[in-house]
Write a protein that binds this ligand. Structure first.
Ligand code: FPP
Length: 232
């Protein structure tokens, strides 16, 4: 197994293509999301095995509310099921779960499940799995500005703002990876991805495997990151 690059802290994934995967098989869209959730589980466990420090999964965006009530209910049910049935194995993998997004808009039941899994895994020391649920990058910055204002914080530097983002305590994104063939960020971790390396893969999320992740990490290793400077 290849060594993980030392400058790789945070992988963030837009898991796109579930609907098309299902359509191609004449299946309901929700079946695509169900397959997608199984892939999410595999990738999270693989990230833990590889000691990737942080992985963020875009499970539901602030814009996803425009989908049918049935699809929205289905995605939330899958998230609830994932939490209910995977807590034990997450513990075995030493995974710590965190959540980012406006979760106060979710059902009380799902909020409770999320709070429970965060609490139960809080002392684990392995990979942090950050679930982005009802998350929007613009809304994240907006709520941080509001909190700064309400708490009367006088801020001068970006470091003064970061503790107010949903992702406080999580480092900036190194790899931003989107499956499904579209070349856009869809309001995901806008602030946090300022210097992320971007990877757009045509593979649909339910067909994504650890081999795809390995290939992305290997290419990441080849990229020179200048952070606005000049390569030497
Ligand atoms: C985007 O594909 C996917 C989503 C909006 C939902 C992702 C949710 C899951 C994988 C299920 C739960 C997650 C976890 C972590 C257990 P799309 O529907 O936009 O696909 P399309 O572009 O092909 O229509």
């Amino acid at each position: 197994m290849y060594a993980l690059p030392s400058n790789l802290q945070h992988v963030a994934i837009i898991m796109d293509g579930n609907g098309r995967w299902a359509q191609q098989r004449q299946l309901p869209r929700l079946e695509g999301h169900r397959q997608g959730s199984l892939v999410a589980e595999k990738i999270v466990k693989y990230a833990a095995q590889r000691d990737i420090p942080y992985i963020t999964l875009y499970a539901f965006s602030t814009e996803n509310w425009s989908r049918s009530a049935e699809e929205i209910r289905g995605i939330f049910a899958l998230l609830g099921f994932f939490i209910d049935t995977k807590i034990k194995s997450l513990a075995q993998y030493n995974i710590k779960v965190q959540v980012c997004g406006a979760i106060n808009k979710l059902s009380v039941d799902l909020q409770k499940k999320l709070e429970q899994v965060v609490q139960k895994t809080q002392h684990n020391t392995g990979t942090v799995v950050n679930l982005a649920i009802n998350y929007g990058g613009k809304q994240d910055i907006q709520q941080a500005c509001l909190a700064l204002q309400q708490q009367g914080v006088v801020w001068e530097h970006e470091n003064d703002i970061e503790p107010f983002l949903f992702t406080k305590n999580i480092p900036a994104v190194d790899i931003l990876l989107r499956t499904g063939g579209h070349y856009r960020l869809s309001n995901f971790l806008l602030w946090q991805s300022a210097y992320a390396e971007l990877f757009f893969l045509s593979v649909l999320w339910p067909d994504f495997t650890q081999k795809h992740l390995d290939a992305v990490i290997m290419e990441f290793q080849q990229r020179v990151r200048n952070y606005g400077g000049v390569s030497t």
